[in-house]
Design a protein. Structure first.
Length: 482
């Protein structure tokens, strides 16, 4: 077997995974990273690979000019990798105006199908060019797919743990597209003027996106998606925003350094100032304004945040108090290893519109109970839906808390389900919730279900999916019209 073709197959496999991972992240600023998005990404990827394999096998039937066919397909695949940021910037936002699910599928197709289709079409040609005898076809096929898969494994770790968090999506795709293009030229020793001009043009477009990126205080692609910090003027008020995947996580008045969010206003009303210093745990730090609020109410605050970028942004751009102890960790992992006792726990783990359900299973809540003092209260930030299918996730969370031994009250400032937050207030002792003003208590009936969220049967994501979809859809429509 020819080593140069095996090396090229390795690069092809790496490019497939880079396209899939970056494609999913390019979709997230518009559609989030919910189950719908990942199902679409995986489905389109598998469809593109299957059709690519079939197409590659079909053109391999005629062995004439096989090298030329492989060369052209690899060059086209490299160019499609380079154009992915262009599609995500100009085409995907326009597709988002149609209904949510068709928009997700169509955007995924536009972004991912063609690069992965052409990359998949190369495998049968790699096998054909390296098969000299019929009895060696099995060995050649196995070697080509093993080498390609190894390239995909390496790219998965490189993209997920280093490239995307360090240099962003555009540069990551630029690296893999340029690598595939240049290695192909090197292996085949062919250089066509038209293909070179297209390559230079697409590289130039990628670089322009980086150089002409919308002016923001911070823009970063990473583990949770695209993070942005920007200043805007809203109703004559200067406000600083922290956004993940285009969804606002924190809104701060630049004059007062206080939150302008209705959710934080409600939280402020629910929590009294402690007569003596108490311990508070914040799971999901965001911009840190809730942690600062708890400090003002005489709490010693530990803030747990999964994304190091958010901790840095809260300190640099949102004036997180130095007294707050910050921990970069998954919330569930922190609970499993923490031995401290708390008087107040705030669970605010929204990732854009999604809630990581593994943090609020019955098993997780049982572990959390060991970290609670006798008078402790848990507050959980939640979306605003309580009716019909959209409210099923709210019912599941309520049942999970009750079955775990908690007394539960739902609170909100509004009756408008599409544009509100609900805060669950829960405690092991009902008397600890007696101070909640009746004007904040939500007495809306919840959909009937006996389901609870457990580690073995984590149903919360499934039953929250429609609510998450509706929330993002309403959010996008609001900002598209304003």
């Amino acid at each position: 077997m020819l080593r140069k073709f095996l090396f090229l197959s390795f690069i092809e496999g790496a490019a497939v995974m880079a396209a899939e991972l970056c494609g999913a992240k390019l979709l997230s600023p518009v559609f989030g990273s919910s189950l719908y998005v990942w199902a679409s990404v995986l489905g389109i990827t598998l469809a593109a690979l299957a059709l690519g394999y079939f197409y590659g096998g079909a053109i391999s039937a005629d062995s004439k000019d096989s090298s030329k066919k492989l060369f052209n397909i690899l060059i086209v695949a490299a160019l499609f990798l380079l154009i992915m940021p262009v599609i995500s910037r100009y085409l995907v936002p326009r597709i988002s105006y149609i209904s949510f699910l068709p928009a997700v599928i169509l955007s995924t197709f536009a972004l991912l199908f063609f690069p992965i289709f052409f990359l998949g079409a190369t495998s049968p040609l790699f096998i054909l060019l390296q098969t000299t005898h019929t009895n060696s076809s099995g060995k050649v096929s196995g070697t080509v797919y093993a080498v390609s898969t190894a390239g995909g494994i390496l790219a998965t770790f490189l993209c997920g743990f280093w490239l995307i968090p360090s240099i962003g999506l555009n540069y990551t795709l630029l690296i893999f597209g340029a690598l595939l293009f240049t290695v192909t030229l090197f292996v085949f020793k062919v250089l066509k003027k038209g293909q070179l001009l297209l390559f230079i043009a697409f590289v130039y477009l990628n670089l322009q996106f980086e150089l002409k990126r919308e002016k923001t205080l911070l823009t970063s692609d990473g583990v949770l998606g695209r993070l942005e910090v920007k200043d805007v003027v809203s109703n004559g008020q200067s406000v600083r925003l922290l956004k993940i995947n285009e969804i606002i996580q924190t809104e701060m008045d630049l004059k007062t350094h206080l939150s302008v969010s209705g959710y934080v206003t409600l939280l402020d009303s629910l929590i009294d100032r402690a007569a003596s210093p108490k311990e508070a745990l914040v799971l999901g730090l965001g911009g840190g304004l809730t942690a600062n609020l708890l400090l003002q109410k005489n709490y010693k605050v530990t803030g747990v945040e999964f994304d190091e970028r958010i901790i840095e942004a809260s300190l640099k751009h949102f004036y997180l108090a130095k007294k707050v102890e910050t921990v970069c960790s998954d919330a569930r992992y922190y609970l499993n290893t923490c031995n401290k006792k708390f008087d107040l726990v705030l669970v605010d783990i929204f990732k854009a519109e999604e809630q990581p359900s593994h943090v609020i299973t019955m098993e997780s809540l049982e572990r959390l109970k060991t970290n609670l003092n006798k008078e402790a209260v848990i507050y959980i930030n939640w979306h605003g839906y309580t009716n019909n299918e959209l409210g099923k996730g709210t019912s599941v969370l309520y049942n999970t808390l009750v079955r775990s031994g908690f007394e539960v009250i739902l609170t909100s400032l509004s009756k408008e389900q599409d544009h509100r937050n609900i805060i669950f207030a829960a405690s092991l002792n009902k008397d600890n919730l007696s101070a909640i003003h009746s004007g904040y208590v939500l007495n809306e009936p919840l959909p009937a279900t006996s389901l609870v969220n457990t580690d073995d049967l984590p149903v919360l994501e499934k039953y929250n999916a429609l609510a998450n979809k509706a929330w993002r859809n309403n959010y996008l429509r609001y900002y598209q019209n304003n």
